[in-house]
Structures are given as structure tokens and as C-alpha cells.
Design a protein around this ligand. Structure first.
Ligand code: PHE
Length: 346
């Protein structure tokens, strides 16, 4: 019986290398372990084995079964790999030039981000950055956002597991980490590090638990602006925003500030603009950003004396500006990376 088993294992090993299709594999497998297969036949012979030899024989059969199964598994793995390779087509050489010759371009969102950042650079702003993972203190508390504010809800923000420690994100106290919901965090981190005068813009990625639709995405981009010095007034804010809007949307564009509320600015406004040259969007007031004068509570949180310094802050969505400028009516196009879409902005 042992000899028979050895022959079967050897036979399976030999045949294995020549199998190229699943059908071939299944047919061969049936001749070994199918109801009439050679290995099955040997097992049926167990009945005739004397009682005292049964344990030893059983062991041999099991060993043979394991060996055969290992070979079958390897054959199957090989067949699957070959099928996958066939689906993937010929291997690609990533060093070859692209078939439709020409250079790539910046993503349309990056193009608008660069345009905005460069505009602010030219009028004396520098670029600041901070991490996308934040703590509640820098995202909310230091910005005077109260503990019961809806933005702090699990339903609105992405919190990280309590057990996680993020070594490169400094904590203010034992507090939760989350993905930043706005770039206003950079106001706080900047003011903690630099002394006024401070004049920064902070472009970056933000995250909110929005249900994706034509104008909402769980991941989007903002540009934050912050100017802190002695005697900064609302007039400075208005002049800067006018300059921004006229540069981006054309000299005929007009702006207006509408009273609003943010916990970190007082007074607070929504800024709308209006342009006669915007195609379908012409001659409508379009809301594009939140802004206001830095709230004294925020200055206190970062150790800047609100009796000496004042400042303004603004924040806007880059996608919103891009959609208006590029005539895109669904935010999701920006994230699908379909070259037919992207090429229109080359
Ligand atoms: N952080 C606010 C938002 O995401 C925008 C804002 C920034 C408002 C700065 C005022 C000042 O909606």
C-alpha cells in the first residue's frame, strides 16, 4: 500500500507542471481524489487492513493526502496567477513616455490653489501649514468653539480611535485626535509660534462627515488667511478681499460682507461677490467665504494681548472657487481623475 501511495504522490507531482487550464486540473484531480480516483481507491482498501496495521496505514494515507493537496494548491495558485496576468495584459514599462505625448499638468484644484496662493504672496502673505490630523484643542477649543457645538459631534467630524497616539501632533491636554474640519487650526498653530505682525495664508485639506453630493465632499480643500498686527481694521479685510475677488474673477466683480457668526471672529461675515462675466453665474451674489475680525478669546488662547493687537481672518473652500472659475457643476468630477475631465484644464 505504501508503494501505491508513493506512486500516486509522484504521479501527481509529475503531472502538476503540465497542467495549464482549470478544466485539465479538475479532470486530473478527479482521477486522484474523485469518487473513483486512485487515492480514493487506496483509502477504500483500509477496510481490508488488519486491525494492528490500521494506525500506521492511516498515518501514511494522511501524509499522502496532505502531499497531494499541497501540490493541488500550488497548481491552483499558478492557474490563478496566470489568469490574473492574462486579465492585466502585457506588463507595462513605467519609464516609457505616455502614448498621447505631452506633459502632464497640475490638477485643476491645484491650479486654482496656486493662483490663489500666489495672489496673496504678492501682497505680503507667506504660506503656513499644519497637520491634517489635529486635536480638539487646536481644531475647536482654542478657536472658542464651545464643547456643545454641533461641529464637534461624532456625526460631523472624523475622530481617531482613543488608543491611537500621533507622535508628531502636539497635544494640549489628554484629548481626542480628529481630522481637521477646517484650516482655522493653522491660525492657532501659527500664532503660538510667531509674534505679530503675522500675515499668512494656509492652503490645505479638510475633512467633514458630509454625505457626498454635487457640492459636498467628505474631503475638500480650504485656504485660510490671517493678518495680525497693531491697528488692523475691518477696512483692511475688505480691501484685501476686494483685491482677491477682482484679481480672480475680473475687475468688474463686486463684493459684499453679510453679517454672520463664527465663534472665532467678532464681528463675523459671509463674503459674497457678484460678477457680470461669469456665464450662467453672472449677476448673482455668490457666497464664497467666511471672515471677520479675530475674536479676543482666540488671542487669549494663544497668548497675544488683545489690548495691543487686532487682526482679521478668512477661510474659503478651494473647490467652490474652482467650480465657479472652471464652470464645473459637480464637485465629484475633481476626485474621479478621469483624464477626459482633467485634460480640459491643461
Ligand atoms: N473656518 C470657517 C469654516 O470652515 C471659515 C472661517 C475662517 C470663518 C476664518 C471666519 C474666519 O467655515
Amino acid at each position: 500500500m505504501q508503494a501505491e501511495l508513493n506512486t500516486i504522490v509522484a504521479q501527481v507531482g509529475e503531472k502538476a507542471s503540465s497542467i495549464t487550464t482549470r478544466a485539465e486540473f479538475e479532470a486530473f484531480k478527479a482521477t486522484i481524489s474523485g469518487p473513483k480516483g486512485s487515492l480514493t481507491e487506496v483509502m477504500k482498501g483500509m477496510g481490508a487492513v488488519p486491525k494492528e496495521d490500521k494506525p500506521a496505514m492511516g498515518k501514511l494515507i494522511n501524509e499522502a493526502k496532505t502531499a497531494v493537496q499541497a501540490i493541488f494548491d500550488a497548481v491552483l495558485e499558478g492557474l490563478e496567477a496566470a489568469e490574473m496576468a492574462a486579465r492585466l495584459g502585457p506588463p507595462i514599462d513605467p519609464t516609457l513616455p505616455p502614448p498621447d505625448a505631452g506633459r502632464g499638468t497640475l490638477h485643476p484644484i491645484a491650479q486654482v490653489r496656486e493662483e490663489m496662493v500666489n495672489l496673496f504672496r504678492r501682497i505680503g502673505f507667506s504660506v503656513a501649514e499644519a497637520t491634517e490630523v489635529e486635536t480638539e484643542h487646536y481644531c475647536f477649543d482654542a478657536l472658542n468653539i464651545p464643547a456643545d457645538h454641533p461641529a464637534r459631534d461624532m456625526q460631523d467630524s472624523y475622530y481617531l480611535p482613543d488608543t491611537l497616539k500621533v507622535a508628531n501632533v502636539s497635544q494640549h491636554a489628554e484629548e481626542k485626535y480628529l481630522l481637521r474640519t477646517h484650516t482655522s487650526t493653522v491660525q492657532i498653530r501659527t500664532m503660538l509660534e510667531a509674534k505679530p505682525p503675522i500675515r499668512i495664508v494656509a492652503p490645505g485639506r479638510c475633512f467633514r462627515r458630509d454625505t457626498p453630493d454635487a457640492t459636498h465632499s467628505a474631503n475638500f480643500h480650504q485656504i485660510e488667511g490671517l493678518y495680525v498686527d497693531q491697528n488692523v481694521t475691518l477696512l483692511d479685510l475688505k480691501a484685501t478681499l476686494d483685491h482677491f475677488v477682482k484679481t480672480i474673477f475680473g475687475a468688474k466683480a463686486k463684493t459684499r460682507l453679510r453679517p454672520s457668526f463664527f465663534p472665532f471672529t467678532e464681528p463675523s461675515f459671509e463674503m459674497d461677490f457678484f460678477s457680470p462675466d461669469l456665464g450662467k453665474l453672472s449677476n448673482k451674489w455668490l457666497e464664497i467665504m467666511g471672515c471677520g475680525m479675530v475674536d479676543p478669546e482666540v488671542f487669549k488662547a494663544v497668548g497675544i494681548d488683545p489690548g495691543v493687537y487686532t487682526g482679521y481672518a478668512f477661510g474659503m473652500g478651494i473647490e467652490r472657487i474652482a467650480m465657479i472659475l472652471q464652470g464645473v457643476d459637480d464637485i465629484r468630477y475633481y476626485y474621479q481623475n478621469d483624464v477626459r475631465f482633467l485634460k480640459q484644464f491643461a
